[in-house]
Design a protein. Structure first.
Length: 263
């Protein structure tokens, strides 16, 4: 079968060269992603987490920033450095900064990895297209020949027609194997980054109890024994709104004296 594949390239058919170009593009992506995931974004996460935890717990922000700069200028060290900068300027913005930088960084991990299955599928489809074309030419070639020559010519043409799809399948296999490896590496890297960011957020911006605003109209009332009641109830359990509305309603309830009573 390998010899027949080389015969395809010698015949200068366009589809085998297209499949070869797709295979080359796929392996360029494989090498580029492998270098980025293993060298650019990869670091000793356990050591980084323990060192950053120790520095931030001690309040040594300058050393933590220098350690992030020494660890790298992209990925987790870059997000950590920006979180420390936000903590020094406006500490309430730490979670917002970490969320923005994480959403900007995470898609870079899987960039172009998802193109490998597409390239593999295109290689198989091109091989199938070339096989269909070869079968069609085989039928045309045996038309009008004698029975003995027809069977020989058709079998010969059919074997040649199946070679392009074999080439496409081989290219697909050798693209999908590194895709599985890169996908596993990307998943592991994403998990490590998420764990490290959780550690940093727990140190710089721990969860706080929410502060609810007081409802409008529920003004605080001081009762006779010195206790404050903001729920609108007095000691006897009766409703007290404690404002000008009660006074106004009490004045409206009193009868207005006429002139004879005044005299």
């Amino acid at each position: 079968m390998i010899q027949e594949m080389f015969e395809l390239f010698r015949s200068r058919e366009p589809i085998p060269y297209i499949i070869l170009a797709i295979f080359a593009v796929g392996w360029v992506i494989v090498f580029e992603r492998f270098i980025v995931l293993q060298l650019t974004y990869r670091l000793n996460f356990s050591k980084f987490n323990s060192t950053i935890r120790r520095m931030l717990s001690a309040g040594d922000l300058d050393r933590a920033r220098q350690y992030c700069a020494a660890s790298g200028n992209t990925g987790l060290p870059m997000i950590t450095a920006k979180a420390i900068e936000a903590y020094e300027t406006e500490n309430f913005r730490v979670r917002m900064v970490v969320s923005e930088e994480t959403l900007s960084f995470m898609p870079r991990i899987r960039r172009r990895i998802s193109q490998l299955p597409n390239l593999a599928a295109v290689a198989v489809l091109l091989g199938a297209l070339a096989a269909v074309n070869g079968v069609w030419l085989s039928f045309q070639m045996v038309d009008g020949l004698e029975l003995g020559l027809k069977s020989f010519a058709f079998s010969r043409g059919l074997s040649q027609a199946l070679t392009p799809i074999a080439l496409g399948l081989a290219a697909s296999v050798f693209l999908m194997i590194p895709y599985g490896v890169l996908d596993a590496m990307a998943s592991r890297l994403e998990g490590e980054v998420e764990h490290s960011l959780t550690v940093i957020l727990n140190l710089l911006a721990p969860e706080m109890q929410p502060v609810f605003a007081q409802p409008v109209g529920a003004s605080q009332v001081v009762v006779s024994d010195g206790r404050s009641d903001s729920g609108g109830h007095d000691d006897d359990g009766h409703g007290v709104n404690g404002g000008y509305q009660d006074v106004a309603s009490a004045e409206r309830s009193d009868p207005v004296p006429d002139e004879e009573e005044i005299i």
